[in-house]
Design a protein around this ligand. Sequence first.
Ligand SMILES: [Zn+2]
Length: 213
Amino acid sequence: MSIAHHPGEELLLSYASGAANEAVALLVASHLALCRQCRLVVASSEAAGGSLLEDIPPVAMSAQAYQSVLSRLDEPAAAIVRSAHLDSSVPAPLRAYIGNDIDGIAWRPIVSGLAHYPLVTRDGVRARLIRAEPGAGVAPHTHRGEEWTLVLTGSFSDVTGRYGPGDVQTTTPDIEHQPTADPGPACINLAVTDAPLVFRGFLPKLVGKMFGF
Ligand SMILES: [Zn+2]
C-alpha cells in the first residue's frame, strides 16, 4: 500500500525551518524516512530558505530539528538499542528512542487490545506509540488541539478514511472520530498531541486521564 496521507505543507515547512517542537519533529522526520515525496518538499524549502537567509548570520535553522533528533543518539537513556536486528518498520529517527526492534517494546496496557509507550513530552506536546489489536481502538473523542498519527504497522480506519504504513493523519478540534485497527497485523502508530483529547462518556474520560491522553 503506497502512502496516501501526508503531513500538511505547513507542518513540513515548520519542520524544515527548525521551528517544530521535538515531539512533532520526531513524527515528521519519521514520515520523511518513509516518504520520498515529502523529502523533496522539505529539501526544496530548505534550499529556498537558504537562499533567502544567505545574508543573515548562520543560525543553522534548517538543521535544528533534525539535529535535535540526531543529538538524542548521544543520550544513553534515550538510545536504548535493544537489538542489532534491523526492523524496517522502525524509521531511523525513531530508533534513537526505541532501538531497532519494535517487537521488544515494553508496552503498557490501557484497555483490552490497546497499549501505549510514551516517547517524549516537550512543552505539553506528547509523542507516544500506540498499539491496537484488530478491532480495538481509541474511544470516540474530539480534540482541544491537533493530533498527528503516523502509521508504522497495520492500518486503522475512522470517519475520515483508512490509514496504512507511512500515512499521517492530521485531526483538528472540529473532527470527532473513533480510530479502530483494521483486520490484519496489529496497528502500531506514532501519535503526537498538543492538547488532551476530549472523550465522551465517564469511563473513557477516566481512562484518558489515567494514561495522560
Ligand atoms: Zn509524505
